[in-house]
Design a protein around this ligand. Structure first.
Ligand code: G3I
Length: 446
């Protein structure tokens, strides 16, 4: 951006001085080159982020534009319905991988990773399984067989599985949902599911996934207690997925709570993942609502990038042409980042900008901010020769102040050893403050 402004300045100066057309054309081409932005996955690869989307029927119907945008923009995919129990084991003991294998082949040939969704759920089960008259031992054996067959088939291909989906009830009394799994096996059915999954593919990351758990609330408290208890009892769980089906225009307190919530799960030593993000808009929809929606996407990706335990950021679809929203939420639509003609919406640009910034920062090891601040991972060196600067502030990308270091008006060079300062890795804004001047810059600290 700075480069573009600089070039625009040169153009303006030269126009004033009466420079002729060829020079302006060369400068225009330079501007275009500087501002050429890359697909999301290009930046995501640089910051080690799995940026992905669910993939639905348009893929299997060979909609070419759908496939082109999918492989151009994303480095990760997840099946919308095709790896759910009703689809993979339609009859007892008969597993059918034909359809999802097409996506797996596509992903492999396009260098994309694959999430698995979902092994155990109360919904979208084959009727033979859900309505069978099973004993506890029989249902445990069926669970083990289902998990083992599927994870073995995809061993080494699927890096991360939703082992269990949506097992906690809504409302204020958040307990284990009374699914047939729980009714027949008992409250420990999740322990068994995760144990079977670890045995089937020891290298896959095992996730618990749920909705309306993004913020700190009674449901996320219940999930927190559930997974903490599993960790405490050495049940092999690696991460928690937050679906994130949002309504546009969430306020700042919502995002602060999401950030805090992700942090408390990460502090348990678990990975956290955004697994199904979409941001639905209430009709009638106009461009101004798209701008607000962009801000929601921007906030979510910032939270993900700032949390060192979050490497997976999945959308529940990418084009408004194909989305589950209108058939499930009357009066809402346009929840995704491309429109119905596969044109990027402001939400796409927001993700792209944040990812580009993060990728740019990660390349720099040492930052020189206005010749006043030199920063690397070990140290901040402040040039305070004039003695005018009174303190240095460290903010996170949401504008929250994390630390202040007073400079005590010391003249000369001032050093802060970051290794002693307990600053967690992430992207921050540093502000060097005096009564009349502020020097500020963005840095990545690892
Ligand atoms: O398979 C039938 C097909 O035979 C029939 O012709 C067609 C007619 O409507 O329906 C098809 O089934 C639909 C299925 O998607 C496949 O397209 C179901 O009616 C429909 O209810 C089902 O919806 C899916 C929903 O999960 C089921 O709960 C959505 O596509 C899918 O996006 C959605 O995904 C869930 C995640 O798995 C978990 N988190 C929430 C997320 C959104 O609900």
């Amino acid at each position: 951006m700075q480069n573009i402004l600089g070039l625009l300045n040169i153009v303006r100066t030269n126009v004033i001085k009466g420079f002729h057309l060829p020079i302006l054309i060369v400068l225009f081409v330079m501007i275009m080159l500087v501002s050429a932005q890359e697909p999301l996955r290009k930046y995501a690869d640089q910051v080690n982020l799995n940026i992905g989307t669910t993939v639905g029927s348009a893929f299997y119907q060979n909609e070419q534009m759908y496939k082109d945008v999918l492989s151009r923009e994303f480095n990760t995919v997840v099946c919308e319905n095709e790896m759910k129990p009703y689809s993979l084991q339609p009859q007892q003991g008969v597993f059918d991988f034909t359809t999802p294998d097409k996506l797996v082949a596509f992903a492999e040939s396009n260098n994309m990773k694959i999430r698995g969704h979902t092994l155990i759920w109360h919904s979208q089960n084959p009727s033979w399984l859900e309505n069978g008259n099973w004993s506890r031992a029989e249902l445990l054996a069926l669970m083990k067989d289902h998990i083992t067959q599927i994870m073995s088939h995809y061993k080494g291909k699927i890096f991360e599985w939703d082992v269990a989906n949506e097992c906690i009830t809504d409302g204020n009394n958040n307990i284990l949902r009374d699914s047939f799994w729980r009714k027949i096996i008992g409250d420990d059915y999740l322990d068994s599911a995760f144990n079977y999954a670890r045995l089937a593919d020891p290298d896959a990351l095992l996730f618990y996934n749920d909705y309306s758990t993004e913020t700190i609330n009674s449901k996320s408290d219940a999930v927190f207690n559930l997974v903490k208890s599993m960790k405490d009892r050495n049940i092999p769980i690696d991460g928690v997925g937050f679906q994130c089906h949002l309504i546009y225009n969430m306020d700042n307190s919502f995002y602060s709570s999401v950030e805090e919530n992700f942090k408390r799960f990460a502090d348990l030593g678990l990975k956290v993942a955004v697994t199904e993000l979409d941001v639905r808009i209430e009709k009638p929809i106009d461009q101004s609502k798209y701008q607000i929606q962009a801000n929601d996407y921007r906030n979510m990706i910032q939270i993900a990038l700032e949390n060192e335990k979050c490497n997976t950021f999945m959308l529940w679809g990418f084009t408004d042409k194909h989305s589950w929203i209108p058939s499930f939420f009357q009066g809402f639509d346009d929840a995704l980042i491309f429109d119905r003609d596969y044109q990027p919406k402001p939400a796409y640009t927001a993700l792209q900008e944040i990812l580009e910034d993060a990728a740019t920062e990660i390349k720099a090891d040492t930052y020189n901010i206005n010749n006043r601040l030199m920063v690397n991972n070990l140290m901040v060196v402040i040039d305070n020769k004039s003695g005018m600067y009174s303190h240095l502030d460290l903010y996170n990308l949401n504008g929250r102040k994390c630390k202040t270091w007073p400079l005590l008006k010391k003249e000369g060079t001032f050093r802060i050893h970051l290794t002693n300062e307990n600053v967690s890795p992430g992207v921050y804004i540093l502000s060097l403050v005096s009564k009349t001047k502020i020097v500020t810059g963005k840095v990545l600290l690892r």
